[in-house]
Design a protein around this ligand. Structure first.
Ligand SMILES: [Zn+2]
Length: 248
């Protein structure tokens, strides 16, 4: 245990030093330039639309600010607020560096930090936006399908009724060999529907069972548990006939 103490001591020192080092590297410029998006697209280092270059917390002695795109002067502002509104379409597409130079009352020059951005045309920005929206849309669609499918599979409310198999027909469980109805809203997979056995809970992909298979399974069900057998009343049977019109 004693050997660990120097290690933890060193770790503490390192943790204390890390933010300090990061802060030291990011030396505060005399002129604090930042970019505000008024309207438009702002992705990772890419912008398109209406923006404002602004000097944050200007020095009291500041007399004039010149805004630059690369090395080209784009605006001279003589009073607060030291800001410059622009639309990205005013400048050529591609990577650019925004910066500012300020003059103090005593004519000392102060430089700002640099902001590097890639200006996109509106077409590029739209395709970038689609690139973000489409995966999000697919994700939501996937969640919706899961949200519909899972309750169908997990629902224990649909009691098995002997002889009632619905428009999608019946299936026989591979685990308990009992018959059950294939819920017609269950998702269709290649070899059958994704269904859940109401007797034992096994989830499987089952094709529609033949009449013989169903009868065999029904016999087994009757022998196993006669108390749960229900019979169809006329109304239910009529409803079943109506639903079966929509069979595939
Ligand atoms: Zn089963």
């Amino acid at each position: 245990m004693k050997n660990r103490q120097p290690f933890f001591f060193m770790l503490t020192i390192l943790i204390l030093l890390l933010p300090a080092t990061a802060y030291a590297q990011e030396s505060q410029p005399d002129l604090n330039l930042y970019l505000i998006r008024n309207f438009g697209y702002g992705g990772l280092g890419e912008i398109q639309g209406n923006f404002t270059l602004k000097i944050r917390d200007p020095l009291a002695e500041l007399d004039k600010v010149e805004f630059y795109l690369d090395d080209e002067l784009i605006a001279t502002i003589l009073q607060e607020p030291y800001e410059y509104k622009f639309h990205t379409s005013s400048f050529p597409d591609g990577e650019h560096v925004f910066s500012a130079v300020g003059s103090l009352i005593d004519e000392t020059l102060v430089e700002s930090n640099q902001i590097k951005k890639t200006l996109l045309s509106s077409g590029q920005a739209w395709s970038e936006t689609q690139g973000l929206i489409v995966p999000v849309f697919l994700f939501i669609a996937g969640l919706t399908i899961l949200g519909l499918g899972i309750p169908v599979l997990l629902s224990r409310k649909k009691d098995f009724v002997l002889g009632k198999y619905g428009p999608a027909g019946g299936a026989v469980c591979t685990r308990c060999d009992l018959p059950f109805s294939r819920f017609f809203l269950s998702p269709n997979l290649l070899t059958g529907k994704l269904v859940r056995c109401p007797h034992c809970g096994k989830i499987s992909v089952r094709a529609r069972a033949s009449q013989n298979q169903i009868q065999e399974a029904e016999t087994k069900y009757k022998n196993k548990d006669t108390s749960r057998v229900k019979t169809l009343d006329d109304q239910e049977y009529q409803k079943l006939l109506d639903e079966s019109r929509f069979e595939d």
